[in-house]
Design a binder for this molecule. Structure first.
Ligand SMILES: [Zn+2]
Length: 96
């Protein structure tokens, strides 16, 4: 699991799930209050995983509710593993 790059405090699994499920809401360190955002690459990887998994074993010949259930299941699985995939970076304050 990723750590805060300022003070070394580890982010909790729950904290990361909460951030990712709220459309990549910025995360603040529980110890030093530094703010972190999900990197653009992490977002792309998550999107590719969802699209990729759906295309690999999508039940095209099944009724709509089955397709919907499979899609939601994929999203749920990806959400659960995403804290191990996404990378957070410090929000850099603009100086000028
Ligand atoms: Zn910190």
């Amino acid at each position: 699991m990723q750590k805060c790059s300022t003070c070394g405090q580890k982010f909790s699994y729950k904290q990361l799930i909460d951030s990712i499920s709220k459309n990549y809401k910025p995360l603040s360190c529980t110890k030093c209050r530094e703010t972190f955002t999900v990197s653009i690459w992490s977002r792309l990887i998550i999107s590719f995983l969802i699209v990729g998994m759906v295309f690999v074993n999508f039940p095209w010949d099944q009724p709509l509710y089955v397709k919907l259930a499979v899609f939601l299941l994929h999203c749920a699985v990806i959400l659960l593993i995403s804290p191990f995939i996404v990378r957070y970076k410090k929000v850099v304050e603009e100086d000028d």
